[in-house]
Design a protein around this ligand. Sequence first.
Ligand code: NCD
Ligand code: ZN
Length: 347
Amino acid sequence: MTRTLTIRRPDDWHLHLRDGAMLQSVLPETARHFARAIIMPNLVPPVVTAKDAAAYRDLILAALPDNADFTPLMTLYLTEGTDPADVAAAFADGLITAVKLYPAGATTNSASGVRDLNNARQVLEKMAEIGLPLCIHGEVTTHEVDIFDREQVFLETVLDPLRRDLPELRVTLEHITTAHGIDYVRDAPGDIAGTITTHHLMINRNHMLVGGIRPHYYCLPIVKRAEHQLALRKAATSGHPRFFLGTDSAPHLDGAKETACGCAGVFSAPNTMSCLAHVFEEAAALDQLEAFASLNGPARYGLAPNDATLTLEKRAEPVDYPRKYHTPDGPLTLFDPGHPLHWHILD
Ligand code: NCD
Ligand code: ZN
């Protein structure tokens, strides 16, 4: 029952690589399958200025294995103090590919995020003028809003007003987790696209909460009902050009996950391509995997797709992914899709 599928080499349009020992441990896993990735700037302290981004890029390049062919696409973390001129110069120099908006307090290391978009107005206007995309963590952080509704409320109260106000702004709604987000990105006028993660395609909130609480499935935005998972699957496997892969692979050491107040984030870089092939095969849409993982993202960012290819092979025996990775600081658990994965990635 061997089947093979060769696609252009994929890119990851939302990735957390961290720094220090974690960077060293996880970077080879992404570089093994992916040619490029949008690198999230939520380090401690965050990557705010062009100078920070250049230093972080150099750190990543220095940590790459010798034979790796991988390009980090850098982003800046938008704050209320961000200087429009610094952002514009970084874009003109080819140093950054996007700017990231974290509503303050929305997720891991987002304390310096934006509290009031009016205070970032000049940067957003400049970005609209020069065509620099804004990647958005689309959740409100208001205490009264239920955590499962935070994406939907964001669309209505923040994203749509922002896009009406600045229609030229190029927006990527990241890690979409609801049918509402899918509908918005598919149908809204203007320049918008959205990324979908590996794990949101594979699990819903039952996987996280039924039969015991599973901290390794806890991420933000939080996984939703099965009907939302199905909407994400439908969008991803449709090949629609506005949807593409952003794994949101976000490693945290087991000690930070398996505790009374665990961190949000799922580490999925190593087995993402096997997971995606599984999902696309289930949807009888293997012919759309290349669009989702390798074509729609570059088209959106005005880049050529990769010339190199990746071959996947379905075998009777499952892939033997490690359950845990061992970093110098402790173990790190790999995303568990809950069933064997039969699509092997031929390096
Ligand atoms: C991310 C992290 O750990 O940095 N966590 C997550 O659950 N996705 C932050 C983020 O992208 O929200
Ligand atoms: Zn993320």
